[in-house]
Design a protein around this ligand. Structure first.
Ligand code: EPU
Length: 431
């Protein structure tokens, strides 16, 4: 099984360019099903989840042409199926966007229950509630979600929980529903706004994305367009925290600093220097930083997808920090790995109490999921000695060329290749 080996103690210097946003791309790619015509999409991150998404789209009958590793032309005019098979759907969470996109396109969708990172129960009841409010009939048979509607009609939806996935999925269907749809208690993440901008460029009428009320007036046809995906807030945040944990001075380029404010504020609270420019931020740190408390919240709060990485930093800060997770039930599995490295952390329900230790020690650890894996890298960069990280295919689901980007900043990180690995075979099949 492939591993990363990180030898800690190297400070990070230089600049890193941030890729397009994974969680925007994963909704925008299926959204191309709504267009009659070709879409050219730039700034698509070259990551495993995107390759899986392309495989699903191809399997439905789409033509996908690579213009360069981050730009693709997608033509969905010859779609011949509305079925996303189990083997494809269960590889990733975002396969659920095919329900909304296929419903919007043709009034029919059959998508096996989605997979994805494991951090507790991940229901999709709010997605179903939204589709039903648009008049769709939704049932689950043998773990396959079957949604159909002779004619989608605009409706009012009040989400019981703020859900990124449900907000985007219902947007995908509602842009083609007849009349006005009002989504209340909508998620406000930057990728919601990005999806709305993409849909509007294709001819949709979506207003209010980025606030908690989104109004969508259905249109009869939508057309192809050229679009560039926003930079990845979480990838940027991960490099910011890596610079703070390892020490050094790093420019994180091609970002929207506004999207990083909750992360910047916490780094400053810990004693790091964060400077904002028009489309970059600079993070510098020298010596041991100090504790702070973090509570994850929907945007614009501190993102849950930065929680493990920030906890890795707090593990070596001076003082006792409390990290509270309010989005997911079980997102502290990585703590066990940090303990192996000498961290002092106690998990009590949905909070982790972190008593900062002066240093971590390299150890064999595993990536429990995508962001947990990023946390292991950060811990490894700051630790004394070598950290071997297993299950790195989970990290590569969401970080483009993380090895190359960190190496360019001066990190000592290498991949130990095991060519027979199952995930490597899958990657070769993709695209
Ligand atoms: N929820 C429900 N019912 C639903 C949907 C969600 O109860 O129908 C609950 C969830 O159980 C959770 C909360 O609502 O407690 C928020 O879930 P949300 O739907 O917002 O999460 P998601 O759409 O499944 C996306 C990202 C995650 C990220 C969350 C929260 C994608 C593909 N995934 O998941 O990203 O953690 O939003 O911001 O966009 C990652 O990138 O590492 C990642 C896990």
């Amino acid at each position: 099984m492939d591993k990363f080996v990180v030898v800690g103690g190297k400070r990070l210097y230089g600049s890193v360019d941030i890729s397009g946003a994974k969680n925007a791309a994963l909704a925008i790619i299926p959204a191309t099903l709504l267009a009659a015509g070709k879409c050219r999409i730039d700034n698509i991150p070259d990551i495993r989840d995107v390759r899986l998404m392309f495989n699903i789209l191809r399997n439905l009958g789409a033509e996908i042409k690579m213009l360069n590793p981050n730009s693709f032309e997608i033509d969905t005019s010859a779609i011949r199926s509305q079925v996303v098979p189990d083997a494809m759907a269960k590889k990733m969470r975002a396969s659920y966007y095919f329900i909304g996109a296929l419903l919007g396109r043709s009034g029919n969708a059959e998508v096996a229950m989605p997979g994805g990172c494991n951090f507790g129960v991940r229901p999709i009841d709010q997605h179903i509630k939204g589709f039903e409010a648009l008049g769709a009939h939704v049932r689950t048979e043998n773990a396959v979600i079957k949604a159909s509607s002779a004619e989608l009609l605009g409706g009012s939806i009040y989400f019981d929980v703020v859900s990124v996935g449900a907000t985007m999925n219902v947007m995908l269907a509602a842009v083609r529903a007849k009349g006005l749809t009002i989504i209340e208690n909508a998620a406000k993440e930057p990728h919601i706004v990005d999806l709305a901008n993409f849909l509007n460029l294709m001819g949709a009428d979506v207003r209010g994305a980025g606030t908690d009320t989104i109004k969508i007036r259905g249109v009869e046809t939508m057309h192809g367009c050229d679009y560039s995906i926003i930079p990845d807030q979480i990838e940027a945040g991960t490099y910011m925290v890596a610079a703070a944990a390892a020490g050094g001075d790093v420019a994180i380029r091609n970002v929207i600093p506004k999207h990083l404010e909750s992360i910047s504020a916490k780094l400053v609270e810990c004693g790091a220097t964060v400077e904002e420019f028009a489309d970059s931020v600079r993070v510098a740190a020298d010596g041991r930083l100090t504790k702070c408390n973090v509570k994850t919240m929907p945007h614009p709060g501190f993102p849950t997808d930065m929680q493990p990485q920030f906890a890795a930093l707090l593990a070596i800060c001076e003082g006792t920090s409390i990290v509270s997770e309010s989005i997911w039930d079980n997102r502290f599995r990585y703590v066990e790995q940090l303990l192996r490295m000498g961290a002092s952390i106690q998990v009590e329900g949905k909070a982790a109490i972190i008593e900062g230790v002066p240093y971590l020690k390299g150890a064999p650890v595993r990536a429990d999921d995508l962001r947990a894996g990023a946390a292991m890298i950060i811990a490894g960069l700051a630790a004394r000695g070598a950290t071997e990280i297993e299950d790195i295919h989970l990290i590569e689901r969401g970080y483009e060329n993380i090895l190359g980007k960190l190496t360019a900043l001066g990190a000592d990180i290498r991949r130990v290749e095991m060519p027979d690995e199952e995930s490597a075979k899958e990657d070769k099949k993709a695209i």
